[in-house]
Design a protein around this ligand. Structure first.
Ligand SMILES: C[S@@+](CC[C@H](N)C(=O)[O-])C[C@H]1O[C@@H](n2cnc3c(N)ncnc32)[C@H](O)[C@@H]1O
Length: 193
């Protein structure tokens, strides 16, 4: 059984809020964008999958933990083919399409920092030029993980300006009941580099 599946089975899912991430609301449910295709990597049991579907997006949600996949398939039955839930390892999976939006809610922090560059390249390959990556970077201020602390300076370096356009605004701070928080930012995918 993989690490994450064990967490779900043992109910050790301290990262879950049981409600929509405040950043999703602060970004006004992405109503500045025309609903298109959205990829949610490492979707877990997060309610944002349903929230995107309810707003008319075509959702592909991916997770390697069977419990999370089963949860999302059940939770989104109402949306039929508008929500496709894939059980896969994101470091190996290749979609047949690219996406208008990728909603990266604390999946990066679940990966070993040695895998971050590989994952960033994958994220870049999944977003259509001109499309967006909405990322929520976990801030634990602790050594080790998962979840691994996503230091802001490291994120700025990882999501290089040759591939991503950074907005001028400061990141959003998304508080979590456990006292940790995430920093939220929406990056635009530049060209095909
Ligand atoms: C910290 S949790 C966040 C879950 C969800 N995004 C949320 O906000 O509740 C990380 C999730 O990423 C998934 N995950 C970790 N590594 C993965 C990988 N290599 N491929 C696919 N999913 C992965 C885990 O199973 C887990 O559901």
């Amino acid at each position: 059984m993989n690490f994450w599946e064990e967490k779900y089975q043992q109910a050790q899912t301290g990262w879950e809020r049981g409600q929509i991430n405040p950043a999703f609301d602060l970004w006004q449910g992405f109503n500045d964008l025309t609903p298109g295709t959205v990829l949610i990597p490492g979707c877990g049991r997060s309610p944002e999958v349903r929230a995107f579907a309810a707003r008319g997006w075509q959702v592909i949600a991916v997770d390697m933990a069977p419990s999370a996949v089963e949860f999302q398939r059940h939770d989104n039955q109402l949306y039929g083919d508008s929500v496709i839930v894939v059980e896969a390892d994101l470091l190996a999976w290749q979609p047949e399409q690219i996406f208008d939006l990728v909603y990266e809610q604390t999946c990066l922090c679940a990966l070993n920092p040695e895998q971050w560059q590989q994952y960033e390249q994958r994220l870049a390959s999944w977003v259509t030029p001109g499309g967006q990556l909405a990322a929520l970077f976990m801030q634990t201020y602790k050594d080790g993980g998962p979840p691994f602390h996503c230091e802001w300076g490291d994120m700025r370096e990882l999501f290089t300006t040759t591939r991503w356009q950074w907005p001028e605004q400061e990141p959003l701070q998304s508080e979590h009941p456990t006292g940790i928080h995430e920093l939220g930012i929406r990056l635009t995918r530049l060209g095909a580099v």
